[in-house]
Design a protein around this ligand. Structure first.
Ligand code: PLP
Length: 427
């Protein structure tokens, strides 16, 4: 039997890690230090000049963080990665590496509400403009591209709608215009979908969700696919023009297929500062080791719950791409054959008030603003995560007033259904 390399589950456990060279510790230690002693003055100068890789200061790089980066890069099939303090920080640094004042990017409307805010409001202070397109209509992305467009952004599996996107079709449009496709793969994780294999150029994650997986630490990461030509169009000067603070080095020339990750680190993370703590990197990395097991259980439980919910009298609709009759089922089968993820929405016949009673009646489910925990979670997006959006934006994002979002955990599925059943009876 010929084999091309370690499988996904093996990488999830081993990629990037080896016994600690100083102590032999088998688990990656938490290098809880702010800074690292230089060998001598020349060593220090070489590190600061980017002539040599190495640890200087934990805001920029840390050995515990480095293992997490290498592991996620391996799982996504990318060239390199940069781990940061949160998913939002990863998005900020990804765009900072590509955008300048007056530039724009095209993003799917169907995004996590916090990303809609970040792009539509916070990014305006940098004079970066977002143009909204419809994730189910690739042509709508093309229609919004102009000469100041720098990137296209989508979620592989949208939060909270739970819909898969035709990544290859949107990547084809991006590349026809010489643009990178950035994909937020938080909801799917590389266990279900590997966007780089479908033409994406950069992948971003909130590690806070399924990758960390236990609802205990914030983190984010950007993965450099290593295939985009940052020099060809002259549109990405941070990568293609000499950097005065690093002795005139041109990052794309010097670092080749991992130049984007380097630029995000030495220009973005260095100056904006959203570093991940070594402790969080350790916890998230420990979570990654069981990602394949957890994700499959999340998906199996979610399918069973969605199938059950569909037959309940008080439930007016269920949108779960894993259901055979769901309009998104063909895309799910194509992009994510192992399962449709764990987050989906449904509508209660009694609307807003019934939704509130239902959420309050649940006992095992936790009512909170998160997804991707081992525990089952519930929220009413319109009054919480998507509250700051206009009613039109809420509906477009799949977060209208009657919508309940579930993030199905890895408990026994009979117990999950029993909790939903008793709460439905009270709704
Ligand atoms: C799909 C998606 N992307 C990005 C984020 C932002 O991540 P973080 O909360 O880690 O900043 C979230 C958070 O819920 C999310 O669900």
């Amino acid at each position: 039997m010929t084999k091309s390399g370690p499988g996904f589950s093996t990488l999830a456990v081993h990629a990037g890690a080896q016994p600690d060279p100083a102590t032999g510790a088998r688990a990656t230690p938490i290098y809880q230090t702010t800074s690292f002693v230089f060998e001598d003055a020349d060593h220090a100068a070489a590190l600061f000049g980017l002539e040599q890789f190495g640890n200087i200061y934990t805001r920029i790089m840390n050995p515990t963080q480095a293992v997490l980066e290498e592991r996620i890069a391996a799982l996504e099939g990318g060239a390199a990665a940069l781990a940061v303090a949160s998913g939002h920080a990863a998005q900020l640094l990804a765009f900072h590496t590509m955008m300048g004042p007056g530039d724009n990017f095209v993003a799917a409307r169907q995004l996590y509400g916090g990303s809609v805010n970040q792009f539509g409001q916070a990014f305006r202070s940098f004079d970066w403009q977002v143009r909204w397109a419809d994730s189910s209509d690739p042509a709508s992305f093309e229609a919004r591209i102009d000469e100041r467009t720098k990137a296209i952004f989508i979620e592989s599996l949208a939060n909270p709608g739970g819909t898969f996107v035709d990544i290859a079709a949107i990547a084809e449009i991006a590349h026809r215009y010489g643009l990178p496709l950035v994909v937020d793969n938080t909801m799917a994780t590389p266990y279900l979908v590997r966007p780089l294999e479908h033409g994406a150029d950069i992948v971003v994650h909130s590690l806070t969700k399924f990758i960390g997986g236990h609802g205990n630490s914030m983190g984010g990461i950007l993965v450099d696919g290593g295939t985009f030509d940052w020099s060809k169009s002259g549109k990405y000067p941070l990568l293609s023009e000499p950097r005065p603070e690093y002795g005139g080095i041109v990052l794309h020339q010097a670092f080749g297929n991992f130049a984007f990750a380097v630029a995000a680190r030495v220009l973005g993370l260095r100056d904006f500062g959203p570093a991940i703590s070594p402790f969080n990197a350790f916890l998230i990395q420990t979570g990654v080791e069981t990602l394949p097991l957890r994700m499959q259980r999340h998906c199996d439980n979610a399918l069973a719950v969605a199938t059950w919910l569909k037959d309940q009298e008080k439930v007016s609709w269920v949108r779960y791409a894993g259901l055979e009759d769901d309009p998104n089922n063909a895309l799910q089968k194509r992009y994510s054959p192992k399962g449709a993820g764990a987050v989906f929405t449904f509508g209660l016949a009694g609307g807003y008030e019934a939704g509130k009673r239902f959420v309050e009646a649940l006992e095992m489910f936790s009512h909170l603003a998160n997804i991707g925990d081992t525990r089952s979670l519930v929220i009413h997006p319109a009054s919480t995560t998507h509250r700051q959006l206009t009613p039109e934006q809420q509906v477009a994002a799949g977060a209208g007033p009657d919508v309940i979002r579930l993030s199905i955990g890895i408990e026994d599925v009979a117990d999950i259904i029993a909790d939903l059943e008793q709460a439905l009876a009270k709704a």
